[in-house]
Design a protein around this ligand. Structure first.
Ligand SMILES: [Zn+2]
Length: 77
């Protein structure tokens, strides 16, 4: 998954905060390696390397955030 895919999930309110059970508001990328890797491969299997992010709840009175490679566990369908 690319960062853009994660942002799409967030904009669709499909990533839920485990603390307040509301859709989280934003994320930050903390793995910067993906763009450099991507150019040489263009292979979708590579992009999991870019999926380390910080999920930030951002809802009122909720300070939850988490750095994770396994953010998909928070995605609802
Ligand atoms: Zn929350």
């Amino acid at each position: 998954m690319s960062l853009q895919a994660i942002k799409d999930y967030i904009s669709q309110k499909k990533i839920i905060c485990p603390e307040c059970k509301k859709p989280i508001q934003k994320c930050d990328k903390y793995a910067e390696t993906i763009d450099a890797v991507w150019d040489g491969f263009g292979d979708s299997r590579v992009d999991s390397r870019g999926s380390r992010i910080t999920l930030i709840c951002g809802n009122d009175k909720c300070a939850w955030q988490e750095r994770t490679e396994f953010w998909s566990q928070y995605v609802i369908e």
